[in-house]
Ligand binder design. Structure first.
Ligand code: CA
Length: 225
């Protein structure tokens, strides 16, 4: 998953990004003003946007209004200062999905981030299932018929992304864009190695071809016993 953090307090932005990278293992991009946020959202598909309210150039309120006007439905979690809490109704009405008041607990921020990403993808529950394959997004664990499948962090992130839409073909570019930050193009070759390892591990435990490669089109979770 890939998250955009829009926050002009540099240290806070870096703390949030570190927590998201280390905890749920998200790719994170940071920008410090509203205009850059709008610009990036035109070219990059994010799984969540963390948006500060008081920003240089365009405010967080203006950013969320413009995103929704351009039919961008990416979940938005607003960050506001205590003195701005009266604004929260306005923000939710403008299209924000949730808000947190500064100072906030990073653990709570991560939990809300997970929940919003899940709901943004149409999954209410933290447990994703496909046949007898189970991915628990909270614990970041995978099992098949109650047998644990040991995956590396990158293999887990690939599987989690695909599990939100089993049977749908996901292009290599989409996968790269959602698993890595601005540097995604540099990972083009290594992702194939990760996918190959993930395929072998899934095959070994399920005895079926779970992860399919469609040449020139991408990857999908095809079937599982
Ligand atoms: Ca600010």
């Amino acid at each position: 998953m890939r998250v955009l953090v829009v926050e002009d307090e540099v240290r806070l932005a870096e703390n949030i990004a570190a927590a998201l990278r280390e905890g749920p293992g998200y790719a994170v991009d940071i920008v410090q003003n509203g205009e850059d946020a709008i610009h990036l959202c035109r070219t990059t598909s994010y799984d969540l946007i963390l948006l500060d309210l008081m920003l240089p150039r365009l405010s967080g309120h203006d950013v969320v209004t413009q995103l929704r006007a351009s039919r961008n439905g990416t979940p938005v979690l607003m960050l506001t200062a205590v003195s701005q809490t009266s604004k929260t109704i306005e923000l939710l009405d403008a299209g924000a999905d949730d808000y947190m008041t500064k100072p906030f607990d990073l653990g709570e921020l991560i939990s809300r981030t997970r929940a919003l990403i899940r709901r943004g993808k149409g999954a209410g529950e933290p447990l994703l299932t496909f046949g007898n394959l189970r991915v628990h997004t909270g614990e970041q664990s995978v099992s098949h018929n109650l047998r644990t499948v040991e995956l590396s962090p990158t293999e887990y992130r690939i599987l989690e992304y695909l599990m939100f839409r089993p049977r749908v073909v996901v292009s290599k570019r989409e996968l790269l864009e959602h698993l890595y930050d601005f540097t995604w193009e540099h990972h083009s070759n290594v992702i194939e190695a990760h996918i190959s390892n993930l395929r072998k591990k899934l095959r070994a435990v399920t005895e079926s071809e779970v992860l399919e490669t469609l040449r020139g089109r991408g990857y999908r979770l095809a079937s599982v016993s």
